[in-house]
Ligand binder design. Structure first.
Ligand code: IPE
Ligand code: IPE
Ligand code: MG
Length: 235
């Protein structure tokens, strides 16, 4: 039976900034700037709707292979976004968290991130999770290594490794798995995002490019989710 309940956790692959800018004869950075505005609107809408977790793919491990000028511009935009958005995050009681190898980021970004995470830690509305320098395979390998170390040093037996223990070693340990994944710009792939956590997530792909994605598009994706029948392998 379809369930009218809200997703607890929405994950988003924010894609299409570059194409959005190119369609307007603008540099890719222009699309990223507009994409940051979309993120603000979508985060506020999640808070208004009462979504507990919003996890957004902001920068993948593979994105480090882009031209240095684009990487530098994205990092500068991230730092600006964090400083600029803090009053808005506080006003909407949004809690900020990160997943990914945060130590890969430039010092200025890490400092801004640490400050925003600390300042918002007691907020009780939506938790906005930024996936930065994130790759699901890297996350899984890190979890496997930590379990192997524990087993090799006798702290756990190999038989103790089960889905619950494994998930507790992932960056998403204290979050429920996403109920709904939205990908913009029409690409039908996961691009190394939350491979473990998305096992039973409902996927909605929209043709809209991320800078064009609106609060109404978010509500439409949630309505689509609510029409789905989730079976989790049962009948
Ligand atoms: C998504 O937009 C933002 C990041 C990956 C940082 P893209 O930059 O991938 O835009 P397209 O896919 O080239 O249009
Ligand atoms: C996925 O988008 C990563 C982010 C949205 C941050 P990409 O644009 O990097 O992914 P591919 O290259 O289309 O798979
Ligand atoms: Mg892309």
């Amino acid at each position: 039976m379809a369930q009218p309940t809200l997703p607890r956790h929405v994950a988003v692959i924010m894609d299409g900034n570059g194409r959005w800018a190119r369609e307007r004869g603008q540099p890719r950075l222009f699309g990223h700037q507009r994409g940051a505005e979309t993120l603000r609107a979508v985060t506020e809408e999640c808070a208004a709707l009462g979504i507990e977790f919003l996890t957004v793919y902001a920068f993948s491990t593979e994105n480090w292979k882009r031209p240095q000028a684009e990487i530098d511009a994205l990092m500068a935009l991230l730092e600006f976004f964090l400083q600029n958005e803090l009053p808005n995050l506080m006003a909407n009681r949004i809690r900020l968290k990160t997943i990914g190898r945060i130590h890969d980021l430039p010092d200025a970004c890490r400092t801004a991130l640490d400050a925003a995470v600390a300042a918002t830690a007691r907020n009780t509305s939506t938790t906005l999770v930024l996936a930065l320098s994130y790759s699901a395979r890297t996350e899984i390998i890190d979890a496997v290594r930590s379990l192997c170390r524990d087993a090799a040093e006798g702290r756990i037996s190999p038989e103790a490794v089960d889905p619950g223990l494994f998930a507790s070693r992932l960056h998403t340990a204290e979050m429920p798995d996403p109920d709904l994944l939205i990908r913009t710009s029409g690409e039908m792939r996961l691009s190394n995002f939350l491979l473990w956590q998305l096992s039973y997530t409902e996927i909605v792909v929209t043709q809209k490019l991320w800078p064009d994605f609106t609060r109404e598009d978010l509500r439409a994706a949630i309505a689509e989710f609510q029409r789905r029948e989730r079976r989790f392998g049962t009948v």
